[in-house]
Design a protein. Sequence first.
Length: 133
Amino acid sequence: DLLSLLDRSSTKDERDIYRALDESSWIKKERTPFYSLFQEEESILAILATDLPLELWALALIHCDRGECDTIYNHFTSRQSFVLREYKARYKENPPQDWDVISSKKRILNSLYRLKVRFEIQQRQEKVYEAAA
């Protein structure tokens, strides 16, 4: 089915499928595409990158192009980037189970969602404090 295809596809293919879907599609309303991660603000990516294990990132980035990977690598130290690239190279030689890749993407998207909610709450609180002052 389409959800299964989207879960297993590269970010390029996922983006193409989302473009082809009608705006009223339930998939667009209910499923956050993994490629949307790379469109986030740098401050969000910087926090997210360092909050999650490198191996998780390596699994999730398997089907991403170099530019997308670099968007994430830029938030790591050079040692961390090296380790991340080594994990990816290992996964290219011995591909992980699809489920491991899918679950890593979902874990990252869930962490992204929680982080964005936390930021929204913080911004609302700051506005309340400013208004009260």
